[in-house]
Structure formats: structure tokens, C-alpha cells
Write a protein that binds this ligand. Structure first.
Ligand SMILES: Nc1ncnc2c1ncn2[C@@H]1O[C@H](COP(=O)(O)OP(=O)(O)OP(=O)(O)O)[C@@H](O)[C@H]1O
Ligand SMILES: Nc1ncnc2c1ncn2[C@@H]1O[C@H](COP(=O)(O)OP(=O)(O)OP(=O)(O)O)[C@@H](O)[C@H]1O
Ligand SMILES: [Mg+2]
Ligand SMILES: [Mg+2]
Lengths: 224, 224
């Protein structure tokens, strides 16, 4: 489904260069459930942003469903992001002036589909239908995170990329979200998730470890 | 040092009322190290915001250093927040157009103190002096969180309130931050920290459990 070949990412700030990714090779087949782990600043979010077509590699190749993403137009990238990829941001990225329900509806509206019931079902799946009318500023941290998860899942994408999806959730809410991702994965959705919590990574069938912009290990494991 | 007596907080949104806190009693002495835990949406951040004078109770009394906070003027509240309380927000709340160093300097500038070396020392204490010139958008999630921690500590406040300070940190960075808080606590700084991670709560000497806006348990424990 996705393939990174010798991908590097360099951020240039004035005279300084930050090598966030240094020659990463990663292949994920359809239906896999992968956990990405590693120290703070090791390049996990940078990698996930490239996989989600939110940024471009400085060098190397990224193939999505066999196609070289470098040859895609901006419109094609946006269309792929909207229909095939669900992205849960580390900082949620909810629209501040839209309610929880409107935030979850956003990908549907963007795709030209108007389906309030489907958005409400996504909110119900993360346990938040009772907060549908709240703005993000009227939600707790973990509730905002769950709205971001519902928004990523509402289009039933082929690939879900989740960046620390349980960072603000207590253990019960975390297990509920991981069970939801597991159910979707069993239905065929590919999941690539960044986490720093071993209890959460235990739900994946493969763990990729990052350090200083490189992959230092990539192993299958027995999932929880 | 701080005392909540029958404190309630009701958020009113149009016709709906959300009872985030329902009659909370909490007393914390100077020098304590308290962990606040509980499910997502149970009122932990609401409680911490009241303790940090960022919001006011709907009913009940909050005494800070023996003084009833209801009798304080806005100027006195802001002065107390700036000099006596360090606050680490769940969503970091960094100024987007200021560098990491400038964000850490902010409380000093606000107090009329100009001390770049002290701000740099605070950044060094959280392991980020090599990112001093980065804007928040040029930092990883865990790095932003650590800048927010450095900013809360730079004034050496009497009270540090930290809301999920390790939510985006890997276990090594988490232990480094908790050791830093422990050292400051041994020097006399009172720490009240919200966390959903048992490994992090283990550093505290007292654990307060919230559920549905109430405190359901409050017990001393042997710290790590
Ligand atoms: N400004 C607001 N207006 C309306 N409701 C609010 C507001 N802020 C918080 N709430 C609600 O109050 C409840 C408590 O929120 P709070 O942020 O204190 O929870 P929390 O324990 O910190 O949760 P989390 O662990 O998810 O961060 C939540 O259900 C939330 O939806
Ligand atoms: N826009 C940017 N400009 C410059 N440097 C950046 C930018 N974004 C990230 N970085 C740097 O690149 C490195 C990798 O960042 P990245 O966000 O991928 O880390 P991460 O593994 O997700 O960390 P965390 O676990 O803390 O979220 C970090 O050291 C960060 O400072
Ligand atoms: Mg990250
Ligand atoms: Mg909270």
C-alpha cells in the first residue's frame, strides 16, 4: 500500500539544517497494523506527515498504492488525502469555530457528501455524541482528541495515520479507541500509529523504532 | 498553601449546563507532590485552571496562601499567576511567533526582569538548548511540551501546576521531566500534576482520583 525508499527530510531554518529523516526505508502492506515508536524529536511525526501527503520528502521516493507521489498534482494529493487517508494529528488540529459534529463532518463536506447521521455515528463510536454541539474550547483535552479520531475515520479511509492518538486519554478511553482501531483494521483498514505508550503499541502486529531520523528496528509482534 | 472548599464549576452553553466540578474539597500543603488522575472529561483540567487562577469557581471558596481569592483584583490575580504559580497547559499554549527561548523568557519579561541566561538555563534543564531558536511550528510535539515546562519553571514559582506534562514524551524524556520536578519539589516547590500515566503518577506522594466532577479518593503513596 505504501512504500518509502531512502526518504530524507531536511528542515532549513535560516542558516541551520535539521535532518529530521535520514534515508528511511519502510514498506506497509494493505491491512497491516503498525506502531511507530521512538524518542521525542526522532522523526516520527515527520514520517507520518510524509505518509499522509501533508509534506514532501527532501530526497527519496514515496509510492502510494504503487504510484510515485512526486508525480501527483496538488489537486490529486488533496483528493487522495480526503478520500483514502484519515489523519489524527498530534495537536488535534480541530477548527476552533466549528462544533465537534461540524469538525467530524468536514471530510464529508469536502468530498461533496452531506451526511449528518454518518458524522454522528462516528462521534458515537468514540463516545462523544453528548458533546456534539461543543466547540473545541468547550471540550476537555481527551475529548478534543477523540473528535479528531472520529473525523479521521468518518470517510472509512483505506489508511489511518494516527499520531499519539491516546496522549490525553485515561487507560479506559485509550483501550476503547484501540479496540475501535482494531475493529476497523479487521475490516481491512490499514493503521499506522505513532505512540510512546507500550500498552498502546501492544495492539499493533508490528513495531517500527525510530532514533535520530532513522529506523533502528522493525519487528512483528503478537498483538493484544 | 491551597485550599478548595465545596468548589463547583458549571459551564453554561446556551440552554445546556455542564457540571464540570461538583462540590470539590481539596487541601494541599506547601512542599507536597500531588498527582491528579481520572477519566477523560472528569474535571481535572477544570480543577487545575481554578487552582492556577485562570478561571473562577461558580460556587465555593478557593484560598491561596490563606487568602480568599474571590477578594483579589484582576491585577493581583495576574501578579500571583506570574510570580507564584507556574502553569504547564495540556495544549502547551506557546506563542506561535516567538522562539522557544522567547517563550521561556515571557514570564521574566512580564515581571520586568530581563535575563536571557536564566531562560537558557531553564531550556537546558529540559534538554532543549539546541532548539532555542525554533518557533513552536518548528518543534516536535514533545519538544513543544518541554518548552512549556521550562516556561513554567523559569520564575521558580512556589506552586507548579502541570496538566499531562508527559502526554507527548517517550519514557526516557518523561523520566527526565519527572526527575526535574522531583528535584524542584525537594527544594520546596509544591507540585500538583494531572496525569493519566501510572508510571508518572508514581513519582507523586499523594494521588487524588476524580470522576464526574468529584474527588472519589485521595490517598498518600510511597513515591518512586
Ligand atoms: N468551556 C467549556 N464549556 C463547556 N463545557 C466544558 C468547557 N470546558 C470543559 N467542558 C466540559 O467539562 C468537562 C470537564 O472538562 P475537563 O477539561 O476539566 O476534563 P479533564 O478531566 O481535564 O479531561 P481530559 O483528561 O480529557 O483532559 C468535560 O466533559 C468538558 O466537555
Ligand atoms: N518545521 C520544522 N522546522 C525545523 N525543524 C523541525 C520542524 N519540524 C520538526 N522539526 C525538528 O525535526 C525533529 C523531528 O521532529 P518530529 O516532529 O518528526 O519528531 P517526533 O519524533 O514526532 O517527536 P515527538 O515524539 O516529540 O512528537 C525535531 O527535533 C524537531 O525539532
Ligand atoms: Mg511527534
Ligand atoms: Mg484535561
Amino acid at each position: 500500500l505504501i512504500e518509502l525508499r531512502q526518504v530524507s527530510k531536511v528542515y532549513r531554518m535560516g542558516g541551520v539544517e535539521v535532518h529530521a529523516l535520514r534515508g528511511v526505508d519502510l514498506q506497509v502492506e494493505a491491512g497491516e497494523f503498525v506502531a511507530i515508536m521512538g524518542p521525542s524529536g526522532s522523526g516520527k511525526s515527520t514520517c507520518l506527515n510524509l505518509l499522509g501527503l501533508l509534506d514532501r520528502p527532501s530526497s527519496g521516493e514515496y509510492r502510494f498504492e504503487g504510484q510515485n507521489t512526486a508525480s501527483l498534482s496538488e489537486v490529486e494529493r488533496a483528493r487522495l488525502r480526503n478520500r483514502r487517508i484519515g489523519f489524527v494529528f498530534q495537536s488535534f488540529n480541530l477548527l476552533p469555530r466549528a462544533t465537534a459534529l461540524e469538525n467530524v463532518e468536514l471530510p464529508l463536506v469536502y468530498a461533496g457528501v452531506r451526511d449528518r447521521r454518518r458524522a454522528l455515528a462516528a462521534l458515537r463510536a468514540v463516545g462523544l455524541e453528548h458533546r456534539a454541539g461543543h466547540l473545541p474550547s468547550q471540550l476537555s483535552g481527551g475529548e478534543q482528541q477523540r473528535v479528531a479520531i472520529a473525523r479521521a475515520l468518518v470517510m472509512r479511509p483505506a489508511l489511518v495515520l494516527a499520531d499519539e492518538p491516546t496522549g490525553n486519554l485515561d487507560s479506559l478511553a485509550s483501550v476503547e479507541i484501540m479496540s475501535l482501531l482494531q475493529t476497523l483494521n479487521q475490516e481491512g483498514i490499514t493503521v499506522v500509529m505513532v505512540t510512546h505508550e507500550p500498552d498502546v503499541a501492544a495492539f499493533a502486529r508490528r513495531v517500527v523504532q525510530f532514533r535520530d531520523g532513522r529506523i533502528v528496528s522493525d519487528r512483528p509482534q503478537q498483538a493484544r
